[in-house]
Design a protein around this ligand. Structure first.
Ligand SMILES: C[S@@+](CC[C@H](N)C(=O)[O-])C[C@H]1O[C@@H](n2cnc3c(N)ncnc32)[C@H](O)[C@@H]1O
Length: 250
């Protein structure tokens, strides 16, 4: 079972979306445990101060190191002897390394994941020097706080834990799976809608025809939306010819 501890100034901002999605779905199944840790409870002055102005001037407040260190210390983790195959500490940060499906898979295999949600200008840098914290971004844009990023990461990680999703098999051919392609377009009933018919191959019942159709449709979609991904995708010679053909059609 994976234990996820989220250190946040706004536990309520995460409680509702988590409850409505992964937390609610996996509840009672003992597949994971999520604890929302209120950073303010670790601020020991009478005003429960968690932030202060920046050394060197400039606008924006910074998370003070003491409350965050106290919150991390409360988790009972031996930070000096951490095994990154079992435990990782992630700090949500616009300037971090990118969160992607590969990282989601790695995090889903952990026993313990700690996520720190930043706010304001960010976190006092000494936290990163004192604890084995990895900065992770969910994209090249700036959020007000790390809570949406934590939700995104938890959702992507927990859906990979067997038993959390009703249909785990469906995760195998999602975008960014092992083949490094985007997911193929999907259809459901009715077979005809406003004059548009579901491709014959998908209705054929022929597994090989369906597999091939989906594979080429995934390649086509990847070429349209994320052409750079095809550079590292594992394509056969025929598939490379297919890519050339579509490019020439344009
Ligand atoms: C206003 S941002 C701080 C931006 C920071 N001063 C910088 O220049 O990178 C406040 C907090 O939101 C979170 N955050 C913002 N953008 C994010 C992103 N793209 N991915 C993950 N977390 C993000 C981080 O926790 C950050 O500390």
């Amino acid at each position: 079972m994976i234990q996820i501890d989220v250190i946040t100034l706004f536990p309520q901002a995460l409680a509702v979306p988590l409850e409505a999605s992964v937390l609610g779905r996996g509840k009672g199944k003992e597949l994971f445990d999520i604890r929302l840790i209120d950073l303010r409870e670790f601020a020991f002055d009478k005003h429960h101060t968690v932030d202060d102005t920046r050394f060197g001037g400039g606008g924006g407040m910074v998370f003070k190191p003491e409350p965050l260190a106290a919150a991390l210390d409360s988790l009972g983790i031996d930070y000096g002897a951490i095994d990154p195959a079992r435990t990782r500490i992630v700090l949500t940060a616009a300037g971090g390394k990118p969160f992607n499906q590969e990282l989601a898979v790695k995090l889903s295999l952990l026993e313990r994941l700690v996520i720190i949600c930043g706010h304001y200008k960010g976190v006092d840098e000494r936290i990163l020097q004192l604890y084995p914290v990895e900065e992770v971004t969910i994209g090249d844009f700036v959020l007000t706080g790390g809570e949406p990023a934590a939700w995104v990461m938890i959702d992507a990680v927990l859906r990979l834990v067997p038993g959390v999703m009703g249909n785990f098999e469906s995760a195998i051919d999602d975008s960014f799976a092992e083949d490094h392609l985007l997911g193929a377009p999907v259809y459901t009933r009715p077979a005809e809608f406003r004059g548009l018919t579901v491709p014959d191959e998908l209705q054929s019942g022929n597994h090989e025809a369906i597999r091939q159709f989906r594979r080429l449709a995934a390649i086509r979609k990847t070429l349209e939306n994320r052409p750079e991904m095809l550079e590292t995708a594992d394509l056969t010679d025929d598939e490379r010819e297919f890519v050339k053909k579509i490019k020439n059609e344009k």
